[in-house]
Every structure is written in C-alpha cells, then in structure tokens.
Ligand binder design. Sequence first.
Ligand code: NAP
Length: 266
Amino acid sequence: MFAPTVLKGEVAVITGGGSGLGYAIARDFVALGADVIITSRSADRLAAAESRMVGETGRMCGSVPCDVRDDDDVQRLHDYVLARSGPATIVVNNAAANFFMRAERMTRRALDTVIDTDLNGTFNVTRAFVPAMLKDRRGAILNITLPLPELGFPGFAHCGAAKAAIVSLTATWAYEWGPHGVRVNAIAPGPVPTEGVAAHMLATDATTQAFVDTTDDVPLRRLGNPSDISAAAVFLCSPLAGWITGQNLVVDGGLYLNVGATPGVL
Ligand code: NAP
C-alpha cells in the first residue's frame, strides 16, 4: 500500500532482524527499496532469514552476527554496515530477550540479562550509529517497546522496566537530536504470536491460555500480525513521518484502552 520506492536510498540496520517482528520489518523495508542489514546472535538464523528474504521479495539483504550487549560486536556491526552500504540512515532497535518469571522469583541475573539486551542493547547500537546521522543531519531511529510500560508488565517485570526506560530514552533522544535532523520514535506492539513469544513467553499452560484469551479484550477482536507492526515501522521511518518524533505509537488493536474501561460495563 506504500509507494514501492518509499524507502529508496535508506540504509537500515535492524537488530533481531532474523525472526519475528524484526524480520517482518526487514522484509517490508527491503520490498520498499531500502538497503537492509539484519543482525542477531545466531549466524544460522540470519542465513535462513536471508534466504527467506530473497524468496519473499526477490531482493537480498545483508546480515552480520552481533550481540547487542557486546561493545566489540556492535563496533563490528557498525564497520560492516559502513563498508557495505555507507552510513546507516535508519536504526531499528528490536532485539530483546524476554521470558516469563514471577517477580518474587526473579534473580539478579535474569534482570541483568533483559536490561542488558533490551535497554543497554538499544543504547549501544544507537550510540554507534547516531554520530554519523547527526553529522549528516539525517536519520530515523525506531525503538520497539510495549504499550504503557509505566503501568508494569506482570510476569515480565524485567522487560517492563527495560521498555519503560526505552520510552524515556526515545523522548530524550527525540528532543536532543531533533534540531540535528534525527527523528526518534517507538512502536509499542500489542500481543503478536511470533517464534520468540512461543519459545520464551508462553512458558506455562496458564500464560498460553492468557495470551489466547486476550483476544476477547482487544476492541478489534484479534491478535496482531507481524505485518501490523511492520506497516507502522515503514511509516515512522519514512519521509511520510517527517514531522513526527518522540512518539511511542501503540499498535495493539486498541487493547490498551482496557485501562480506562469500567470492568463489566459492556
Ligand atoms: P523474537 O522473535 O524472539 O525476536 C527477538 C530477536 O532478538 C531474535 O531474532 C533474537 O535473535 C534477537 N536477540 C536476542 N538477544 C539478542 C542479543 N543479545 N543481541 C542481538 N540480538 C538478540 O521476538 P518478537 O516477538 O519478534 O519481538 C521483537 C520485539 O518486539 C522485541 O523487542 C519485543 O520485546 C517486542 N514486542 C513483542 C511483542 C509480541 O507480542 N511479539 C509484544 C510487545 C513487544 P538471536 O537469538 O539470534 O540473537
């Protein structure tokens, strides 16, 4: 539905781009003309995603393994992108490592793992690529968060805390970097079944059932598709959103509206 060249001339780096929402964003970016580099820890996952990309779009993307927690890896990612494609004009901070854990059982190690991947990874990758964007006065950064993380995320306290901090970073970066031509936004996805959700978040029968039952609470009465999120990502990273910065765009079929609803009134 977008013009097929809406992202032509863009060089986009997408963390966690080998699976789930990151792959869907990468696929749409490639299809709409961007030069895309995907990254995650697993070289096998990236190789499979590259093949799938060619099959689905007829176009190639680049890939390089990188652990977003590791400074040397992030520097290698930066150098690879620069040598292959030139300075990145879009960064999508999508990589995350979330898993179900009750708050009273949460270990410091679990907290550190998620903060290090979701929050510090977003910081590390952005810090590596933003200097060139500021110099060129051109760039779009997109962070992947949660709807209303400041209200908590039961069962995923570590993830909720990390995402709330990323929403704050999004606003600060938007404010500080806007005068230099760099836009910073976020997407807050509602529940979208992905490989990651199946492997790490639906840990018990109860959490799986809760995920499925969520459909009844969604005003638009369905769970999300990766394409619902990638369409919003295209918009926010394209020139169509040239006067939008600092937003945390909720894409969840209206699920977040339950916060203001009176239980049982309808
Ligand atoms: P996913 O399929 O598990 O994707 C996560 C990706 O992050 C994987 O490709 C993983 O690849 C990569 N990753 C994990 N740790 C990494 C690290 N240290 N360095 C680099 N890459 C790393 O999950 P998803 O559902 O698509 O989630 C994508 C994003 O959407 C996440 O930020 C998530 O919090 C957010 N989100 C999802 C939902 C949903 O319902 N799906 C809802 C709200 C928010 P490797 O294992 O190869 O590293």
